[in-house]
Design a protein around this ligand. Structure first.
Ligand code: TA6
Length: 294
């Protein structure tokens, strides 16, 4: 951990659950990012409840992804398209990232950055140079910026997600707005292609959908009297997921009774949507999440 972390107001290096992390605290709120996977595990805006959900059953081990928060799925989403033996959602979320400094803005917002470079292990999974930089900013909103920079003379196709788990009052009471008219891949119906008919999408069963959407959406939570606005750039997919009862029971790192308290609304490039990264080019995947009253 760069000792400079301890020198920047609002940024404190720490160890939680045996993993190195960075704690952020300023007048806008608090957050915690593990260096393992550059995994943002908590964000609590001042005066608000925790916004991110994590499972009480999550592992906190260097070879496993943390269940909850914002896993960084990169450089592919879901199963690898050709090699089923490779880890689901890529490998960035289980690599040790390096802290790359922090800063505070005039408005009191705090940014911390993390970087990931290729090594023999990543090249065995993805035989290319690797330059990832991830910036987390805690201000009036939470801003997440994942920058992929190519150090390669070959173009490549990029998928992935900021796989955000939101804490909610009850998945049976919340609604998601902003997806009406978007086509989606319904992974619960053999990847059938459908079009969203509802202005306020509700969830009443296991739900796993990849929406073809570049626009903002919002999570309306009447139980906690809040709406969470989710804006994005560099993302052509919005993924909505809740495992419901049976799938939750099948996951060792997910409590059987935890499914009502979370929903994933993911800022992604998944399904039919991938990003063509040109030689020595770059791609920014950005999510901006803001809590509003209802
Ligand atoms: O984003 C939805 C999804 O692809 C689901 O199909 C489910 O597998 C979820 O991600 C969690 O994946 P993980 O590999 O973290 O268990």
């Amino acid at each position: 951990m760069d000792e400079a972390a301890g020198m920047i107001a609002g940024i404190e290096p720490s160890v939680e659950r045996g993993l190195a992390c960075v704690r952020i605290a300023n007048r806008h709120g608090e957050a915690l990012v593990y260096l393992h996977g550059a995994h943002l595990a908590s964000w609590r805006p001042t005066g608000q409840r925790e916004v991110l959900w994590t499972s009480a059953r999550s592992a906190y081990q260097s070879d496993k992804p943390i269940r909850g928060g914002v896993p960084i799925c990169w450089p592919w989403f879901g199963a690898h398209p050709e090699r089923a033996e490779l880890p689901a959602h890529g490998f960035a979320r289980t690599r040790a990232w390096a802290f790359a400094g922090g800063s505070t803005r005039a408005d009191g917002a705090t940014s911390v950055a993390f970087v990931l470079r290729d090594d023999a292990a990543t090249r065995a999974l993805w035989p290319r140079p690797l330059r990832l930089r991830y910036q987390v900013t805690v201000g009036p909103a939470l801003e997440l910026r994942l920058q992929t920079t190519s150090a390669d003379d070959r173009p490549f196709s990029l998928g992935g997600a900021l796989h955000t788990y939101f804490a909610i009052s009850d998945v049976r009471a919340i609604g998601i707005t902003g997806l009406r008219g978007a086509t989606y891949i319904d992974r619960m119906r053999d990847s059938a292609r459908e079009t969203e008919q509802h202005e306020r999408l509700t969830i009443a069963t296991e739900t796993d959908r990849i929406y073809d959407s570049t626009t903002a959406c919002a999570l309306d939570d009447p139980g906690w009297s809040r709406t969470i606005a989710i804006a994005k750039t560099g993302s052509r997919s919005t993924v909505v997921w809740n495992p419901w009862i049976a799938k939750a029971a099948r996951m060792a790192d997910f409590g059987d009774d935890e499914w009502p308290g979370m929903v994933c609304i993911e800022t992604a490039n998944a399904g039919d949507a991938s990003i063509a990264v040109q030689p020595y080019g770059y791609h920014d995947l950005v999510a901006r999440i803001e809590v509003q009253g209802r």
